[in-house]
Write a protein that binds this ligand. Structure first.
Ligand SMILES: Cc1cc2nc3c(=O)[nH]c(=O)nc-3n(C[C@H](O)[C@H](O)[C@H](O)COP(=O)(O)OP(=O)(O)OC[C@H]3O[C@@H](n4cnc5c(N)ncnc54)[C@H](O)[C@@H]3O)c2cc1C
Length: 450
C-alpha cells in the first residue's frame, strides 16, 4: 500500500527516493534517460550534474555552507556522496561529476525499497507521487503539468560554460590561485587567465559583443515539440557572458571576471580582469570556465575565447550551450511542505518548483521524500522552520509575489531579519544567520521525527 512514484532521477528525485525508501516506503523511481534524452545530460546515470561541477561554498558562514550543514544534519545521501567524490576547489565543494553520479546510481539501485524504472512518465500520476523532472521536463509531462496547474508553464533560457583540456592552457601566461587563497593550498586550486591591461580587456569585451550567436529562433526549432519560450527571456542568475558584456564595458570585470583576491604572483599590480578555470574531473585534465555560460556559435566560441590570455591554443572538450529551464508557478500551486494545494499526495521538488542551485535542489528533494513518506505513514507532513535555509527556500518559492517570481538559490536575504545586537558587518550578520539556522533546525528536530 505504501508505495510512492517519483518522476525523475536527477538530484531532487534521487534524494527524495532515498529519503522515502529509508522510511520504509516502496519507491518506484522513473527516469526517462537513456531512452529519452534531455539534450543536456550526457549519460544514463542518476544525479548527473549537467554544467558546473561545483556544489557551492563549504564555508559555514556562507548561505550554501549553511544549506550543506542542514543537509548533513538531515542525512542527505547526495551530500554524503559529494563529500566522498570531492575535488580540490578552495573553499567550495566541487566533485568528480562522473564518479558522483555513478555512486549515486549504485546506491539508489541497490536500495531494497527502490525500484529504478527507465521510462518516461507522460502524465501526472494519480497515485501518491513526487514530480522531480527538472528544468528539462519532457514535453508530454510538461503539458500534463500545465493542464493540472490550470496555468501555462513558465519557460526561460539558461546557458552552460565551456570545458577546456588542461594541457592546452598556456601556463606561462595563466597562473594558479584561489580567490583570497581561501582554503586552497599554496599553489591555488584555480587556473587564472589574466588581462593585465584594461585596453586588452576592453578589446575582448568588444569581440565578445560582436560575435555571432546562435539565433534563438534556430534554438527554438530544435526544442521538443509542444514547448514554447519567450525570446531573450534569460534567467538573471545564469546570463550568457555576451549578454553581460552587452550591459556595459565593465560589467564582466565586476562580474565573472572580477580580479579581487586573485593577484598574479609574478606581477606587482593586480590584473584588470581574470577568467577563472575550475577543475572539472578527478584526473585534473579538464577545467571549466567559471561563469562563462555562452550562446555563441561553436566556431565563434573557439575564435573569441582563444583571445583570452593563456587560452590561445585552448582545446574545447565541450562548448557552451543554451538550454530550456522549466518551472511551475509554485506560489500559486504549492505549500511549504511541497504538497500541491489541490492534492495532498502530490509533491513537487527540484528545479521545477523554482529552487535554483544543485544543493537547493537536493534539499527540496530531501523534504519532498521525507514528507511523502510521512503522509504514507499516516503522519502530518512537516514545514521546516523559516529560520533554517531549507525552510526559507521552501517558504520563498511558495509565498513569493507571483509577478516577481524567479527561481531562487540559497541566500541570507530569504531568512527572517536578524534582531540581535550582532549587526555590525556582513560577516557578523552571516555568522548570526548561520547560528540561528542551526539552532532553529536543532530545535525543530528535537520536536519532530527526523
Ligand atoms: C544545461 C543546464 C545547466 C545547468 N547548470 C547548472 C549549474 O551550473 N549549477 C546549478 O546549480 N544548476 C544548474 N542547472 C540547473 C540544474 O538543472 C539543477 O540545479 C539540477 O540539476 C536540478 O535538479 P533536478 O533534480 O530538479 O533536475 P535534474 O537533475 O535535471 O533531474 C531531472 C530528471 O528527470 C528526468 N525526467 C524529465 N522528464 C521526465 C519524465 N517525464 N519521466 C521520467 N523522467 C523524466 C530527466 O531525465 C532528469 O534526469 C543547470 C540546468 C541545465 C539544464
Amino acid at each position: 500500500m505504501n508505495e510512492l512514484i517519483i518522476v525523475g532521477g536527477g538530484l531532487a528525485g534521487s534524494e527524495a527516493a532515498w529519503q522515502a525508501a529509508q522510511r520504509g516506503i516502496k519507491v518506484k523511481l522513473f527516469e526517462m534517460r537513456p531512452a529519452l534524452p534531455t539534450g543536456a545530460h550526457q549519460t544514463e546515470n542518476l544525479a548527473e550534474l549537467v554544467c558546473s561541477n561545483s556544489l557551492g561554498s563549504n564555508l559555514p558562514d556562507r548561505a550554501s555552507g549553511v544549506l550543506k550543514a542542514e543537509l548533513r544534519r538531515l542525512g542527505s545521501l547526495l551530500l554524503e556522496i559529494a563529500e566522498q567524490t570531492a575535488l580540490p576547489a578552495g573553499a567550495a565543494l566541487a566533485v568528480d561529476r562522473e564518479l558522483f553520479a555513478q555512486k549515486v546510481t549504485e546506491r539508489i539501485a541497490a536500495h531494497p525499497n527502490i525500484e529504478l524504472i527507465r521510462a518516461e512518465i507522460a502524465e501526472i500520476p494519480t497515485a501518491p507521487a513526487v514530480i522531480a523532472s527538472g528544468p528539462l521536463t519532457s514535453a508530454k509531462l510538461s503539458q500534463s503539468i500545465a493542464q493540472f496547474s490550470g496555468q501555462e508553464n513558465l519557460y526561460f533560457f539558461d546557458a552552460i560554460s565551456p570545458i577546456i583540456a588542461a594541457d592546452s592552457v598556456n601556463m606561462e601566461v595563466a597562473y594558479r590561485a584561489s580567490r583570497w587563497d581561501a582554503g586552497g593550498d599554496d599553489e591555488g586550486d584555480y587556473i587564472n587567465c589574466p588581462f593585465h591591461k584594461k585596453a586588452d580587456y576592453l578589446a575582448f569585451v568588444e569581440t565578445l559583443r560582436s560575435a555571432e550567436r546562435i539565433k534563438l529562433h534556430d534554438f527554438e526549432l530544435i526544442m521538443e515539440q509542444g514547448v514554447t519560450a519567450g525570446a531573450d527571456h534569460f534567467f538573471e542568475g545564469c546570463l550568457p557572458v555576451e549578454i553581460i558584456a552587452g550591459r556595459g564595458e565593465k560589467a564582466l570585470a565586476y562580474g565573472p571576471m572580477r580580479p579581487v583576491g586573485l593577484a598574479d604572483p609574478r606581477v606587482p599590480r593586480p590584473p584588470y580582469a581574470v577568467v577563472q578555470l575550475r577543475q572539472d574531473n578527478l584526473a585534473g585534465n579538464l577545467y571549466n570556465m567559471v561563469g562563462f555560460q555562452t550562446n555563441l556559435t561553436f566556431p565563434e566560441q573557439r575564435r573569441v575565447l582563444r583571445t583570452i590570455p593563456g587560452l590561445e591554443n585552448a582545446e574545447f572538450v565541450r562548448y557552451g550551450q543554451m538550454h530550456r529551464n522549466t518551472f511551475i508557478a509554485s506560489p500559486k500551486l504549492l505549500r511549504p511542505t511541497l504538497q500541491a494545494n489541490s492534492r495532498d499526495d502530490l509533491f513537487f521538488a527540484g528545479q521545477i518548483i523554482g529552487v535554483e542551485g544543485y544543493m537547493g535542489n537536493i534539499a527540496s528533494g530531501l523534504l519532498a521524500g521525507w514528507n511523502a513518506a510521512r503522509l504514507l505513514n499516516s503522519e502530518t507532513p512537516l514545514e521546516l522552520p523559516r529560520a533554517s535555509m531549507i525552510g526559507a527556500l521552501c517558504h520563498y518559492v511558495t509565498h513569493a509575489e507571483m509577478k516577481d517570481f524567479q527561481p531562487m538559490k540559497a541566500n541570507f536575504g530569504i531568512l527572517p531579519s536578524l534582531t540581535g545586537p550582532n549587526l555590525r558587518n556582513k560577516r557578523e550578520r552571516a555568522a548570526d544567520h548561520a547560528k540561528n539556522a542551526g539552532e532553529a533546525l536543532d530545535f525543530f528536530l528535537s520536536q519532530n521525527e527526523k
